[in-house]
Design a protein around this ligand. Structure first.
Ligand SMILES: Cc1cc2nc3c(=O)[nH]c(=O)nc-3n(C[C@H](O)[C@H](O)[C@H](O)COP(=O)(O)O)c2cc1C
Length: 216
């Protein structure tokens, strides 16, 4: 695929694994390479940058947002969209990823709202971490993120990469690139040709009450 001319878009890309030899970090690095080949800019982050103590509302009230979630918020806000390569733990998302989402969801303006996101996963299993991505969609969509309908799960990921860090199977590599480029096209259109805005309500249908009012 040749890179088309693209108006500027910037993506925050990170792997939600803390592991040194992480397969998801390899997939996030490959996503970065493909995204840059297609004319967009990447801010590549490490999960360790966003690691927070377990969420505690008393700490939030006393000290404000955890510094790492402030950093996550800042980098989200500096980006037009995000890509998360997430491991699947017990058919769900890793607890440390949910934890930083919970912290960051308390920032105002709420930074996931209306931000486009793409979810990808790598796993040695045959399901490729796909169930974890479905679980990850739930908090992100709850927060108003525009989670891209297509996701990419790399099954048997421990055998899937070639020596250059690319996906060895040509058909699968093409599908990965197509998913990323389609997502980039959407992000570019949403940034440069906006036509619709939508309000976000944390709890649909709740009665107006100053104590619970969180609509933006
Ligand atoms: C606590 C735990 C739970 C796991 N549960 C699943 C699972 O439900 N499905 C799956 O495909 N792999 C599961 N795995 C295996 C991970 O997919 C595998 O360790 C993977 O390499 C983790 O991603 P990483 O390489 O990016 O760190 C689990 C691993 C751990 C440590």
């Amino acid at each position: 695929m040749t890179a088309p001319a693209r108006r500027p878009v910037r993506l925050l890309v990170f792997s939600a694994s803390l592991r040194r030899e992480s397969l998801n970090t390899r997939l996030a690095q490959l996503a970065t390479r493909v995204i840059e080949q297609h004319g967009a800019t990447v801010d590549f982050a490490a999960m360790a940058d966003f690691a927070c103590a377990p969420f505690d509302e008393d700490v939030l009230r006393r000290d404000g947002l955890a510094p790492a979630s402030e950093d996550f918020r800042r980098r989200l806000e500096a980006s037009d969209a995000f890509v998360i390569a997430s491991p699947e733990y017990n058919a769900s998302l890793p607890g440390h990823l949910k934890n930083v989402i919970d912290w960051t969801s308390r920032a105002r303006p709420q930074p996931f709202n209306e931000r486009h996101g793409l979810l990808i996963a790598a796993s040695p299993s045959m399901v490729g971490g796909n169930r974890g991505l479905w679980a990850l969609r739930v908090p992100l969509e709850h927060l108003g993120a525009r989670v891209y309908p297509d996701m990419f799960s790399l099954a048997q990921a421990h055998k899937a990469f070639d020596g250059d860090g690319a996906i060895a199977d040509a058909e699968l590599a093409g599908r990965f690139e197509h998913t990323l480029v389609s997502f980039l096209d959407l992000v570019e259109a949403a940034k440069h040709y906006p036509c619709a805005k939508k309000a976000w309500f944390e709890f649909l249908g709740e009665r107006p009450d100053p104590l619970t009012h969180r609509a933006e």
